[in-house]
Ligand binder design. Structure first.
Ligand SMILES: N[C@@H](CCC[C@H](N)C(=O)O)C(=O)O
Length: 294
């Protein structure tokens, strides 16, 4: 095996995450390595969060994010919580400032073990999301799937949380929709030149909702943090909820999102370590680190 890097297989309420320690190295996790890790049942993941040395003063690390199809992602809320838990366990530090492609994110591990990440400000302009054509009001855009006169899903809200999201509002149980069928069609719809994460959301009170997400570059997942942020912001923007919302995700876990008065979106939830290993960032060949008996 070539020069290996340590990793931890973790999850953020079911969102499958690999936290790769790329500190002190100049190389990146190659898309081929991501595809190989995802093809192995033991290391199958939704995102790799690669921790690199800081590039910008005032930040501790640069985080490179890869989807399971090997493409890059600008943001990943559940993955950021996994990074925080891994670094907090290693260093004892509780607060961190990270740089991602989407900007600088601050995060904190609380005394109860939950982790909050400041996911920055949402963006609503059609060019920011981006959309392929002008929509002055992105609270609801013209887009539908299913028969023209009886669409199954229609009129989503669109939001950028650093990455593109479309939220389809539904009244029925979110499990009654064939998201595995509609997700890929909508992710790759020409209206989204950079593709999009697709969420169906059912508002259950002014403070609660249930969501299911088809993630760009990863498919159906048990949770998506930026989708939770996008859904919460879009719900508040369309007066469906207030600005503080708890969201139930497909894995059964729950996330809390607060859209603060200063426009920042704070995502709070749990993270869990599963096992550790080392891998070759060029090929994805990996080995489990065996725990020594205490
Ligand atoms: N699971 C993530 C979002 C991952 C990024 C997404 N697939 C994309 O390409 O934008 C989260 O927890 O936010």
């Amino acid at each position: 095996m070539a020069s290996t890097a340590p990793f931890a297989k973790m999850n953020g309420i079911g969102n499958e995450i690999i936290v790769a320690d790329m500190r002190g190295r100049a190389d990146r996790v190659a898309p081929a390595a991501a595809l190989a890790l995802n093809a192995d049942a033991a290391t199958k993941f939704d995102q790799i969060m690669a921790i690199h040395d800081a590039r910008t003063s005032g930040t501790a690390f640069f985080i490179d994010i890869l989807n399971s199809d090997g493409t890059g992602a600008q943001a990943c809320g559940n993955g950021m919580r996994c990074v925080v838990q891994a670094l907090a366990a290693e260093t004892g530090q509780k607060t961190f400032a990270f740089e991602t492609v989407a900007g600088i994110l601050n995060a904190e591990e609380h005394a109860d073990g939950l982790i909050s990440v400041d996911m920055g400000k949402p963006h609503f302009g059609w060019q920011d999301i981006p959309l392929a054509e002008e929509f002055r009001d992105t609270r609801m855009i013209e887009l539908q799937v299913g028969p023209i006169d009886a669409p199954v899903l229609h009129s989503p809200s669109v939001v950028s949380m650093g990455n593109p999201h479309a939220i389809f509002w539904v009244d029925r149980d979110v499990w009654s929709y064939e998201l595995d069928r509609f997700g890929p069609l909508l992710e790759n719809h020409p209206i989204f030149p950079e593709r999009a994460n697709i969420t169906i959301a059912r508002v259950t009170s002014t403070e609660t909702m249930v969501i299911r997400t088809w993630e760009r570059g990863a498919g159906l997942t048990k949770a998506c943090g930026t989708a939770a942020c996008a859904a919460a912001v879009a719900a508040a923007r369309t007066r469906r909820t207030g600005r503080s919302v708890s969201l139930v995700t497909p894995g059964g876990g729950s996330l809390h999102v607060e859209w603060r008065g200063d426009d920042h979106v704070i995502l709070t939830g749990a993270a869990e370590w599963e096992f550790s290993g080392s891998f070759d960032p060029a090929t994805g060949v990996w080995a489990r680190v065996t725990e020594s008996a205490a």
